[in-house]
Design a protein. Structure first.
Length: 305
């Protein structure tokens, strides 16, 4: 099973059944139940029951049933996998692994999931993985991480923890502050570009991390534009109010689609290697870019319907 592409991926605390119900019913393309940052240490064990119960509910529709475990340097992660997967069985479709530091982390999760699938008589590899790149070590080894496990379907950037890992000053996750005014460019550009390139080389999806200030739509649109401009498929959100903007920003505009169709039509009419259209050179690379735009538009239309 391949993981459906997503523009918006909504995080919801695994400790709150009420919030889980609302999130699953939202317009987000994907939702995941969080056992990591959104759950206090004293509630992590009881939250596994909430997550397993919610994953078994029929209300998910076409959304993949997903949850995030704790990082592998904590005492929680292996029980997060064992207890939830054994309780929810075939209802678990995606596990998100935070703070992946190297390919060994993904291999460890992959092997444990394989053992659980055998125990539960599930198809081997049926539970997919999403890896968060949010440490200096993870970024250095992102290319190896991207191909470390055959069940890995998506890389996700974690800007908050990454900033802390490299001691990059920041006042809020996904915000722009005085250091961005001084720095000649986008401070997270290198990390983001490397992650999306590693994902594409491995043939998997790439998601950008969230914006913490859910009351600032302009900030969110700017952050989305940067991520989509670099090639990311979509973006995490931490509040339902962010879903509509993210879905819109990661869908090609009418103008983009119209231009892509003109490029394909003009190229098909001439059949030449390179042509001029409105003063712009159009060649084989232009065709590939136009085809990507049309495919993204068709995907967005399917997800909106």
């Amino acid at each position: 099973m391949a993981l459906p592409p997503a523009r918006s991926e909504l995080a919801v605390p695994g400790s709150s059944p009420r919030m889980i119900e609302k999130a699953v019913a939202s317009a987000a393309d994907a939702v995941f139940l969080d056992l990591e940052d959104a759950v206090a240490p004293e509630r992590k064990e009881e939250s596994r029951d909430h997550v397993a119960r919610a994953l078994r509910e029929p209300a998910w529709g076409s959304k993949p049933r997903a949850y995030r475990i704790n990082a592998l340097d904590t005492p929680y992660w292996y029980r997060d996998l064992i207890e939830v997967v054994e309780a929810a069985g075939p209802c678990v479709e995606l596990v998100i692994v935070p703070k992946v530091n190297g390919p060994g982390d993904m291999q460890a999760v992959n092997h444990l999931l394989g053992g659980l699938e055998r125990r539960l008589n599930l198809p081997l590899g049926s539970i997919l993985l999403e890896a968060q790149i949010e440490t200096a070590s993870g970024l250095i080894e992102v290319e190896q991480i991207a191909s470390a496990a055959p069940r890995l379907e998506r890389l996700t950037f974690g800007p908050g923890d990454f900033s802390a890992s490299v001691r990059m000053p920041a006042t809020s996750i996904g915000s722009f502050d005085r250091w961005d005014e001084v720095y000649p460019g986008h401070r997270l550009h290198y990390a983001m570009a490397r992650i999306v390139t590693a994902a594409r080389a491995a043939g998997i999806q790439a998601m950008d991390g969230p914006v913490a200030d859910y009351r600032d739509p302009d900030l969110l649109r700017r952050s989305c534009a940067i991520a989509r401009g670099l090639g990311f498929d979509g973006k995490w959100c931490i509040h339902p109010a962010q879903i509509e903007i993210i879905n819109e920003e990661f869908s090609p505009s009418e103008a983009e689609v119209a231009w892509a169709r003109r490029v394909l039509e003009a190229y098909a009419e001439t059949g030449e290697g390179a042509i001029s259209l409105d003063g712009r050179l159009i060649d084989a690379a232009s065709i590939r870019m136009a085809e990507v735009t049309i495919a993204l538009a068709e995907r967005s239309n399917r997800e909106a319907s």
